[in-house]
Design a protein around this ligand. Structure first.
Ligand code: HEM
Ligand SMILES: [Ca+2]
Ligand SMILES: [Ca+2]
Length: 321
């Protein structure tokens, strides 16, 4: 049976049964979240950045084919992996931690907990362990039998997006401007490679000029990490004031010209009134940001899940059964 209380009918989330709900593993694997948290604690203690990498992995999963663990599939005879897409190549990480969680869960409750739910649990756990909000997490996602390289190339927004582009990318997933600004706050942790923000330092307007919205000393610091030629894989924090703490300083930095990516900065400089207002509110009120981040994470986690008898529960997150 595909989990607890599954009738295989058609519910509001599509696909079958009742959609997702927090108690999905209550009887079939009550310790699921504890297992996830124990592996996360160890992995994040060893490398604080891992929290950021795991949060991002859930995002890159959900925006391509829905939250179905498609992002975890390796190349094989039948699979063209999303890992080689432009947004993911040399960039997404954390697969070994997901493998470790899956191995432990297969020991504890074989073939019960999906890789898609592991990604969602790891994203929430990573948020909590770095000081961010906790939320009730709907569960019951199942795993895809396919990946979509083209979907990864076309549905994940690039770092030089305009605000209009960002709104469009999010809208395509059923997410609005409030979700866009709140979820961009995920950039309160983690880093980006020089190649993702170089354009701003050396050729913002097609001319050989830096982005004029960059604060001067911040700009000089970035130039030393990210030279005009080479250094593409050098990294810089997305929120340099607290790169391993989940807080609202990302929004404060944007207000002071110290946002790293164009996609961060345009939330405030893009002349979309409600986005500007939201950046200001989240900079002022961390509680408000936490509340909305949690709500929007639930919304993102609900994008097109496989439920009921659709998809499968993978034994190994890197390949279909
Ligand atoms: C709004 C559109 C977004 C764009 C354009 C964007 C773009 C990027 C880019 C370019 C990087 C650096 C990748 C690299 O250099 O290899 C990055 C990192 C990151 N992104 Fe986003 N992102 C967006 C939304 C999100 C969302 C919704 C989340 C999660 C809620 C998120 C979480 C992260 C995290 C945590 C990192 C750091 C990862 C690490 O250090 O390993 N991003 N993002
Ligand atoms: Ca997916
Ligand atoms: Ca931070």
């Amino acid at each position: 049976y595909p989990g607890f209380f599954s009738w295989g009918g058609t519910g509001p989330a599509g696909g079958g049964s009742f959609g997702l709900f927090p108690e999905f593993y209550q009887f079939s694997c009550p310790q699921a979240n504890e297992v996830v948290m124990s592996v996360l604690k160890k992995a994040i203690a060893k490398e604080p950045r891992m929290a950021a990498s795991l949060l991002r992995l859930h995002f890159h999963d959900c925006f391509v084919q829905g939250c179905d663990a498609s992002v975890l599939l390796d190349d094989s005879a039948t699979i063209v992996s999303e890992k080689n897409s432009a947004p993911n190549r040399n960039s997404i990480r954390g697969f070994e931690v997901i493998d470790e969680i899956k191995t432990k869960l297969e020991e504890a409750c074989p073939q019960i907990v999906s890789c898609a739910d592991i990604l969602a649990l790891a994203a929430r756990g990573s948020t909590v362990l770095t000081g961010g909000p906790y939320w009730e997490l709907p569960l019951g996602r199942r795993d895809s039998r396919a990946a979509s390289l083209s979907g990864a190339n076309t549905n994940i927004p690039p770092p030089n997006s305009t605000i209009q582009n960002l709104i469009t990318f999010f809208k395509r997933q059923g997410l609005n401007k409030v979700d866009l600004v709140a979820l961009s706050g995920g950039h309160t942790i983690g880093v980006a490679r020089c190649v993702t923000f170089k354009q701003r330092l050396y050729s913002q307007n097609g001319q050989n000029q830096p982005d004029e919205t960059l604060e001067k000393t911040y700009y000089l610091g970035l130039k030393s990490v990210c030279p005009r030629s080479g250094g593409d894989d050098n990294i810089s924090p997305l929120d340099f004031s607290s790169p391993v703490k989940f807080d609202n300083s990302y929004f404060k930095l944007i207000l002071s010209g110290k946002g790293l990516l164009i996609s961060d900065v345009v939330l405030f400089t893009g002349n979309i009134g409600d986005a500007m207002e939201l950046v200001r509110s989240y900079a002022e009120d961390e509680g408000l940001f936490f509340h909305q981040f949690a709500k929007s994470m639930v919304k993102m986690g609900n994008i097109n899940p496989l439920t009921g008898f659709d998809g499968e529960i993978r034994k190994n997150c890197r390949r279909v059964n």
